[in-house]
Design a protein around this ligand. Structure first.
Ligand SMILES: *Cc1c(COP(=O)(O)O)cnc(C)c1O
Length: 377
């Protein structure tokens, strides 16, 4: 069985570091606002080269806190891609504002800046690009549009720890960047948690007080707070793991290169290679019209796959209230029919990548790996 993702080997490698870090927190009894929280916030800000980082309870809550910090409220509109994880939309709806969907680039499946003009309105207050699968969105185009229209840019970098756009880290280019440390993300905690990064002190202060149930008395706030803090235990786990993130991402990219090499000349769309955009391969997603049959074939051969995501947002039942029609976002709709995520995690062996690729070639009637591929590292 080759899993889509696995955390077992990572734990085997790190257990001798994780156990004492966890024990230290347990002994201290400081489960909320322990010193490890500030330590991680500092380290993650340094990693992303931003001035501030605030730990929160999840990636979804990072988005909610960011939206509240910029005073998004009922009557406002926030532009988001039509193809993303539902949290991006739910976070906007939590504030009472309306998520306005926009279609994505056919190559990267990230928010298409060329389409923003067709969905912007006088009520548009913010734009949330999502670095989907770890592939950075076209930030130059999005930022340029946002500046011209007076919109705040909140990056949903929940899948993009360490991804780069023109050398800059995902999450650090807009006004606010939001991260998830859901266990299977490229940097994952032992449960739920997330973080917000920014270079603006006013936004950092606002996010911190919002996430801390409004108990930061130094700050006068006009928005209602929530309880969304980074637990000390999760911070200790994240402090232990952060130094490995760069190496893990490098391994993912190497495995992605191998996949691309082995899957050439098949009727599948491989992840885009673009100058200036270095993804972290949170997911390795290919596209094929024969997705259903391919998934069945791979399952029968012990290979787990995923669908991220089977529905574009406007077809999600919970979002039918937005009133979009079928056909409104053709690129997103086509993607939702065709995407299939292949096994991808840093400890995945090159042997397993070969096995998966060989089965995909077989499925498409290319029975063998070409010799030069078989011996590649
Ligand atoms: C994971 C994810 C989120 C939500 O993060 P949680 O920590 O699960 O709340 C938001 N947006 C995207 C794109 C994600 O992948």
């Amino acid at each position: 069985m080759i899993p889509l993702t696995s955390l077992r080997e990572q734990y085997r490698t790190l257990s001798s570091h994780l156990s004492p870090a966890i024990a230290r927190v347990m002994k201290s009894g400081t489960f909320v606002k322990g010193p490890q929280v500030a330590e991680f916030e500092h380290a993650f800000a340094v990693y992303n080269r931003t001035r501030y980082c605030i730990g929160v309870g999840s990636g979804t809550e990072a988005l909610v806190a960011a939206l509240r910090a910029i005073h998004i409220q009922p009557g406002d509109e926030v532009i988001i891609p039509a193809f993303t994880f539902v949290s991006t939309a739910f976070a906007v709806m939590t504030t009472g504002a309306r998520p306005v969907l926009c279609d994505v680039e056919p190559t990267t499946l990230t928010l298409d800046p060329a389409l923003l003009a067709s969905v912007v309105s006088p009520r548009t207050k913010a734009i949330i690009p999502v670095h989907l699968y770890g592939m950075p969105a076209d930030m130059d185009g999005i930022l340029q549009f946002a500046r011209a229209h007076g919109c705040v840019v909140i990056e949903d970098a929940a899948q993009a720890h360490g991804s780069r756009y023109k050398g800059k880290l995902a999450g650090s280019m807009g006004d606010i960047g939001c991260f998830s440390f859901y266990p299977s993300k490229n940097l994952g905690a032992a449960g739920d948690s997330g973080a917000v990064i920014t270079n603006k002190k006013s936004l950092a202060d606002a996010v911190r007080s919002i996430g801390n149930v409004g108990t930061n008395t130094k700050y006068t706030h006009t928005v209602v707070g929530i309880n969304s803090r980074l637990d000390t235990l999760q911070a200790a786990v994240l402090c232990t793991k952060l130094p490995y993130l760069t190496g893990w991402n490098r391994k993912r990219r190497r495995l992605a290169d191998l996949y691309k090499n082995l899957l050439t000349a098949l009727p599948v769309t491989l992840p885009a290679e673009l100058p200036h955009r270095t993804g972290n391969y949170h997911l390795f997603v290919i596209r094929t019209r024969r997705r259903k049959a391919l998934q069945k074939f791979l399952t029968e051969h012990g290979i787990e796959t995923g669908i991220h995501y089977p529905l574009p947002l406007h077809k999600e039942p919970a979002l039918s209230v937005l009133g979009y029609k079928n056909g409104a976002f053709p690129i997103s709709e086509k993607a939702a029919h065709e995407v299939i995520s292949l096994p991808m995690y840093p400890e995945l062996s090159t042997k397993d990548v070969r096995t998966v690729s060989l089965h995909i070639r077989r499925f498409f009637g290319h029975s063998k790996l070409r010799k030069k591929h078989i011996h590649r590292p």
